[in-house]
Design a protein around this ligand. Structure first.
Ligand SMILES: Nc1ncnc2c1ncn2[C@@H]1O[C@H](COP(=O)(O)OP(=O)(O)OP(=O)(O)O)[C@@H](O)[C@H]1O
Ligand SMILES: [Mg+2]
Length: 224
């Protein structure tokens, strides 16, 4: 499964979600690889700060190398290949979208994030065109489940027909603290609430993609 974290809004939580999911699946015994498609090299720098991600192969990617890198990781048996992308439209962002099975669009509970996430979903449609078998989901990030704005956002998105994951990454200091140690809450506070929400998110995606594959072979072409 190739997964990209994509949105043209900076700071929405792409790198955090990429690292958290990679760490979660790795800790659960999956064979994970990371692709850092952000020229700022966030993922490469993040993992080098600590040792928890030392066993997860990570490479930088340019747009013309994306297909080759992901194909090589897949051939080497990596079953969760996670691509972090820059927060602006660029050839490398488009290449990541083009080669992914699952496109996750992180969105903070704010009107601007919402608008840019919608633009991003349009870009995804434009790039994918009539290609089948792609799954697109929105992921609430830096959000508190019970807050008025987060509940409003969920309701608005459902009404607009956007597919939002039930799982989310809530606003918690532990995300930033773990990043400072080159890690994620799965390793720094494995029994904490953040580790639990990351685990739930990973399981939701596993279930979603299992179902998606079954649906695809039956129905032919679900995009979402
Ligand atoms: N759930 C969270 N709780 C608290 N802080 C968070 C959370 N998710 C991300 N952050 C913080 O928000 C900031 C932006 O997050 P992140 O770097 O993951 O976003 P990004 O979309 O990758 O940004 P960019 O577009 O600049 O690459 C970071 O300082 C990060 O630690
Ligand atoms: Mg980033």
């Amino acid at each position: 499964m190739i997964i990209s974290l994509v949105t043209m809004k900076g700071g929405s939580g792409k790198s955090t979600a990429a690292m958290c999911l990679a760490g979660q699946w790795h800790a659960g015994g999956r064979s994970v690889a990371l692709v850092d498609a952000d020229p700022a090299a966030t993922i490469l720098r993040w993992r080098e700060t600590g040792s928890d991600f030392a066993d997860i192969p990570t490479v930088a990617a340019l747009s013309d190398g994306m297909a080759k890198i992901t194909t090589e990781f897949a051939a080497a048996g990596r079953d969760r290949i996670i691509i972090d992308t820059p927060g602006f439209r660029s050839p490398v962002l488009e290449a990541a979208i083009a080669c992914s099975d699952l496109i996750l669009i992180p969105i903070r509970p704010s009107p601007i994030d919402f608008q840019v996430a919608a633009d991003t979903a349009e870009l995804v449609d434009e790039i994918n065109g009539s290609k089948t078998g792609k799954t697109v989901r929105f992921l609430l990030s830096q959000s508190n489940r019970s807050s008025v704005i987060a509940r409003h956002m969920r309701a608005e998105m459902e009404e607009a027909g956007y597919n939002l994951l039930d799982g989310q990454l809530s606003t918690r200091v532990v995300y930033g603290e773990a990043a400072l140690a080159g890690s994620t809450p799965t390793f720094t506070q494995p029994k904490g609430v953040a580790a639990r929400e990351i685990a739930e998110l990973g399981m939701e995606i596993d279930a979603l993609m299992g179902e998606s594959r079954k649906t695809r072979s039956k129905a032919g072409s679900p995009r979402t």
